[in-house]
Design a protein around this ligand. Structure first.
Ligand code: 5AD
Ligand code: SF4
Length: 480
């Protein structure tokens, strides 16, 4: 619990930069809320800020290094600000680098005022109040006994803090339901930076989901480092499953779309697969990282699933929801990865026909098992493999998108387009669609309509509102 109770104060400006995953995006929005009682309002201008907050990512070396280059820029900004006669800005580092390398940050960047790990956000406001009072080098990277979510204040009903640009309705929103990971994949820092798995209880999740919907959300992505391992208390002191949670959330009026990420293949159970077949709200687009198409590399990665296990889940999901599309993550050049192992990855990518995927060169991370494995893959081989894999993924993604031109699909409108008569929405597969409308584009935000996809731009479509030709389509067009 905070040891300083913040009082309402005049407006100060807060600049937030978020690196890494969606969980960090969610955490940043919660930190913005936590700092509001101290008088902090978001600004998009770092040079104007009284408090600069960087929510950092530790997943790969490149991500960590990005923190230090940004901090260097912020130090110069702060000097300029002082030279111009303005007050001294505070600099705070949050997120996974703060957790893993808190002392190192204070050594390499001694001008940083606050270092706060992801489990310590409930105490952030108190730390900022102390820093404002002149204390320096405040560090909090404890893993407290009390789960973070239980000690964060409930979400505010006004949603603007969830959207750093302030004025757009948040049709899509994130909701963290689970944090931490017990799986210890041999390459991954997450179990060290985010700690053991914790699942929020059903009642808290439903309350937050209803608040988000009341504030305009229509598409909610449930977040967790191992989200389908979620097993929160369902009120009967029983652990539940993600499939069950999806059924409960699907009862919320006006919540049109439910997604979840990031999932582990070993936690895809029959309950979840059946839910995909039965719940129209559960979107047919699943991010399911597989990392490699080689069983021996999967074993060295401590992934606890084989290629065949993964394919079985993909096939079952497609049987229950035929329009299911998949996204994934891949690591190339893991220690010991042979040409044959890499070919097996390419084969898996072709077999699944991923609609989208992210791929990375293996990056050894401090404290992880894989960091001490022999047989590193040479850098130029890593580069070649990454290029080949990314070219294949791009080809499949283009094919997936081209295959949809001419289709009529439900589009949920999220924001105005670049031109004054345009509205932009998303398909169930998260492809952006631009549609021209005759009336005020703003009045379409939050509505879902059937749209015929007319042409593809690079990653988006141009579409036209579909004519309601069948009673079925008419029915879908009625807003509940
Ligand atoms: N090196 C390269 N990629 C990594 N990832 C996680 N750890 C590493 C690492 N040490 C990738 C995985 C994961 C994604 C979020 O980042 O593919 O799914
Ligand atoms: Fe990292 Fe593996 Fe846990 Fe995902 S499942 S967060 S890759 S340890």
């Amino acid at each position: 619990m905070p040891d300083l109770i913040p009082s309402q104060q005049p407006s100060k400006r807060l600049f937030v930069q978020t690196h890494g995953c969606q969980m960090n995006v969610y955490d940043s929005s919660r930190m913005v809320e936590l700092l509001e009682p101290l008088g902090y309002q978001l600004t998009e201008e770092a040079s104007q800020a009284d408090l600069l907050l960087l929510n950092s990512c530790h997943i790969r070396e490149k991500a960590s290094e990005k923190l230090f280059s940004e901090l260097g820029r912020w130090r110069d900004l702060r000097k300029d600000r002082i030279n111009q006669g303005h007050g001294r800005a505070l600099i705070a580092v949050a997120g996974c680098v703060a957790q893993a390398e808190g002392q190192e940050i204070l050594r390499r960047a001694p001008f940083v005022d606050i270092v706060v790990g992801p489990q310590s956000y409930p105490r952030l406001a108190a730390m900022v109040a102390k820093a404002e009072a002149g204390q320096r080098a405040l560090l909090d990277t404890e893993f407290p006994a009390e789960p973070k979510f239980d000690s964060l204040p409930a979400l505010r009903s006004d949603p603007t803090a969830l959207n750093p640009t302030g004025n757009v309705k948040n049709v899509s929103a994130f909701l963290a339901i689970q944090e931490g990971c017990d799986r210890f994949c041999s390459f991954c820092v997450v179990p060290f930076t985010r700690g053991a798995e914790y699942s929020r209880p059903v009642a808290d999740i439903v309350r937050e989901a209803k608040q988000l919907v009341a504030a305009g959300a229509r598409d909610i992505t449930l977040l967790g480092q191992n989200v389908n391992g979620w097993h929160g208390d369902d009120g009967n002191a029983r652990p539940s499953s993600l499939g069950r949670l999806a059924r409960i959330l699907a009862e919320i009026p006006n919540l049109k779309r439910i997604r979840y990420m990031t999932s582990h293949p070993s936690d895809v159970d029959m309950d979840l697969i059946i839910a995909h077949g039965e719940l129209p709200q559960l979107m047919p687009f699943l991010h399911l990282p597989v990392q490699s198409g080689s069983d021996s590399i999967l074993a060295a990665m401590n992934r606890s699933h084989s290629v065949a296990d993964f394919m079985r889940s993909v096939d079952l999901l497609r049987q229950h929801r035929p329009d299911m599309a998949f996204s994934s993550d891949f690591i190339v050049g893991f220690p010991g990865e042979s040409d044959a192992d890499f070919k097996a990855t390419l084969e898996l990518v072709r077999a699944v026909r991923f609609a989208q995927a992210y791929s990375f060169k293996y990056s050894p991370r401090p404290g992880t098992l894989a960091a001490s494995l022999p047989n590193p893959v040479e850098a130029h081989v890593q580069d070649e493999r990454l290029q080949e894999l990314q070219a294949l993924i791009q080809e499949l993604q283009d094919g997936f998108n081209d295959g949809m031109v001419g289709d009529t699909v439900p589009v949920l409108f999220e924001k105005e387009g670049r031109h004054s008569n345009q509205i932009v929405g998303k398909t169930p597969w998260l492809q952006p669609v631009v549609v021209e409308v005759a009336d005020d584009p703003d009045s379409w935000i939050g509505l879902e309509r059937n749209v015929t996809l007319e042409s593809r731009m690079v990653y988006s479509f141009k579409g036209q509102m579909a004519k309601a030709t069948t009673p079925e389509i008419d029915l879908q067009m009625v807003e509940s």
